[in-house]
Design a protein around this ligand. Structure first.
Ligand code: ZN
Ligand code: ZN
Length: 77
């Protein structure tokens, strides 16, 4: 009886942990939020659609759109 309870609780914990992982993973990889207003942003956005905060700038050397917070362009440097 004790063993059955133990096994069930391990399974429940596994499901819970897995669900949490995939959830936070998806949020981190695909979405970020605006530093200014917290609006959920897609990676390809150049401006925040809510507050028009500038999110990306054009690299002067290669013309790629890069994050405004990046000091160097990862595409050409
Ligand atoms: Zn914003
Ligand atoms: Zn560049």
């Amino acid at each position: 009886m004790m063993l059955a309870i133990l096994i069930i609780s391990v399974i429940v914990i596994c499901i819970f942990v897995k669900g949490e992982d995939s959830c936070s993973c998806n949020v981190n990889s695909n979405l970020s939020s605006c530093n200014s207003c917290g609006f959920i942003l897609k990676e390809e956005y150049n401006y925040c659609p809510n507050c028009k905060e500038k999110l990306k700038r054009k690299c002067e050397k290669c013309g790629q759109m890069i994050d405004v917070n990046w000091r160097a362009c990862p595409y050409c440097e």
